[in-house]
Write a protein that binds this ligand. Sequence first.
Ligand code: NAP
Length: 346
Amino acid sequence: MITDKPVCVTGASGFIAAHIVQQLLAKGYSVRGTVRKSPKNYPFLTGLPGAAERLELFEADLLSEGSYDLAVAGCNYVMHTASPYVINVKNPQRDLVDPAVDGTESVLESCLKAGCVKRVIFTSSIAAITDEPESMKVFTEKDWNTMSSLERNPYHYSKTLAERAAWDFIMRKRPKFDLVSINPFMVIGPSISPSLNTTNQMIRDIMTGVYPGIMDVNWGFVDVRDVAKAHILAMETETASGRYLCSAEEMHMRELVALLKSSGFDNYPLPKIDLSGITGTLLMKALSFTQPRDTGMYIRTNVGRNMRCDNAKIKRELGISFMPTKNSIVETVKNMVKWGHLSSLK
Ligand code: NAP
């Protein structure tokens, strides 16, 4: 263990954060988790092994100044994961950008005030790297998303601005702590909480007939347990620095559907029509205008493009090895059935 002080995890109720909390507790750390409601609302956290002795929950909100002071006071390490992860919102400034950016600054201010923080591990995203894959390019930690805006992929915009705000904070205030960012791609896997995460929902949508056909799109997948592990390695590895792209492997939608079929889920209404050629891509781009605004925008900026990113830095510097995506996808499906997000079609 790198510290005997509690480790603070913001947004502890979240899909990724709940796994961070579980793994920290399993390693013997004491944890302070921040949540938005009264702690009694989180039995999936308070019931984790070790939680009774070593987990404290604090109420905090990204939009309320000074909200994180209490949770951070006395901690050496802070993992800032809290941020809205939703694609379609009414008001992108209010619903995404303000909590992401102001919340990040608020957490960092609390760390500054605390005086004892050594490192902040910031959960950024592939969204801060790019919102539009380029078929000939392999993205790395050096890339920054310069294209998103309030009108164009606003979730990506919120994550880019939040990560920029975090690095700017370090440059401007020169605090005693350093910053390491973890930039995951599509995070899938079993959920500790009963909520359905936005990424797992995409797999559910593929299995429930929401997609008209197989589109020319690919994603980098990474298991939520590996993302949690990456956060803890970023804390425990003294030499960790900068940004870490966190993606196990890329998979085309065609491969994902084939994998679901061959893994015993062929009785679900999986997409059958192949729309992954040039004509299908043109059709999908035309159809995108019938979708909710931000889903439509995502289709127009991602379909027909091949996304590739380089995960060498995280493997080399944090020593992580990723679990096979096939296993994660199968476990994701089983877990969604367990929580009642997907019916069991036996
Ligand atoms: P999640 O389950 O939706 O978790 C988001 C967390 O943020 C929740 O704990 C939520 O609290 C909290 N939050 C949202 N608005 C807040 C506010 N105004 N004040 C305080 N807390 C607030 O999503 P996740 O997938 O675990 O995402 C966690 C982080 O990873 C986010 O920063 C996200 O951008 C990033 N990320 C996720 C993925 C992915 O594929 N899942 C990929 C890359 C990056 P409530 O539970 O109260 O809503």
